[in-house]
Design a protein around this ligand. Structure first.
Ligand code: HH2
Length: 275
């Protein structure tokens, strides 16, 4: 599958979320069976997904880690069934090098690491060796403890600086600069106010020059702003964040509601491109 040129995209790309987990916060259990996941993957491509992000471990706040063995058992059958056959590249959402290596061998073409290459010391070397792009996410702590008490002096500057440090480590490990994307990690060790500041100032992160990925889809802060709406009722809130991300020049939005967000992106991108 030809991969996008991240720094020369015609518009923001839509990455569809495919979680094969029993416990993801919004779609846990729904696509746990490989056959259901494969059908969901095809549906998301038909609805306008430019990429798919396949994950076998929930990283919601408080989630317990699973073994690489279990993560591979969940993701590899789906990957083997769809990689190279659905018309879009697939990223593997993992912070474990062992899972990433197996997924790349099974046809994944991008690594999406919410820990920015920090949770597994082998990850950056693996990605360098395979020559694939990597999304470096920002997190404070681990999914289990990240929401305990996140503190920042200036969240926008600190997240930007820490992502740049992660990108520098990736380059030192041998990853090509053009293959590095960064993600502020909305909800990963951040309060509501931190998430809102990061989203308000996405253009600052974009201006640092690396392609930016953003994942706000159905997240808790959206529910908080909408009087406690449950995950499946956060689509309009997600749409607000998607439109603003497009306006800020974000390269990729990671979303569950592909049909709705692909439409939001098309309209917001047309406005962003106007004179
Ligand atoms: N968020 C989640 C998982 N992976 N990857 C990137 N790059 N950015 C994100 O914001 C991001 C991510 C969490 O969302 P989800 O996959 O829907 O839930 P869970 O972790 O419970 O499976």
């Amino acid at each position: 599958m030809p991969l996008p040129r991240w720094n020369a995209l015609p518009r923001t790309l839509v990455m569809g979320v495919l979680n094969v987990t029993p416990d993801s916060f919004s779609d846990g259990g729904k696509f746990f069976k490989a056959a259901d996941a494969i059908e969901k993957a095809r549906a998301m491509v038909a609805e306008g997904a430019d990429l798919l992000d396949l994950g076998g471990e929930s990283t919601r706040p408080g989630a317990e880690a699973v073994t690489a063995e279990e993560e591979k058992r969940r993701t590899l059958p789906v990957l083997e069934a769809i990689a190279g056959k659905i018309g879009v590249p697939i990223s593997i959402d993992t912070y474990k090098a062992e899972t990433a290596a197996a997924a790349l061998a099974a046809g994944a073409e991008i690594v999406n690491d919410i820990s920015g290459g920090r949770m597994d010391p082998e990850m950056l070397a693996l990605v360098a060796e395979r020559g694939v792009p990597i999304v470096l996410g920002h997190i404070r702590g681990t999914p289990k403890d990240m929401q305990d008490r996140p503190v920042y002096r200036d969240v926008v500057a600190e997240v930007g600086d820490e992502l740049e440090a992660a990108a520098a480590r990736a380059e030192e490990a041998g990853i090509a600069p053009a293959s590095i994307l960064v993600d502020p990690g909305i909800g990963f060790g951040k309060t509501l106010e931190h998430n809102l500041s990061l989203l308000k100032h996405l253009d600052d992160l974009v201006a640092r020059g690396r392609p930016v990925v953003v994942g706000t889809s159905r997240k808790k802060f959206v529910g908080t702003l909408l009087d406690g709406a449950p995950p499946e009722d956060r689509v309009e809130g997600t749409a607000a964040t998607t439109a603003l991300a497009v306006a800020a020049g974000v390269a990729v939005v990671r979303v569950h509601d592909v049909k709705a967000m692909a439409r939001v992106v098309r309209v917001a991108a047309a406005i962003a491109a106007a004179k």
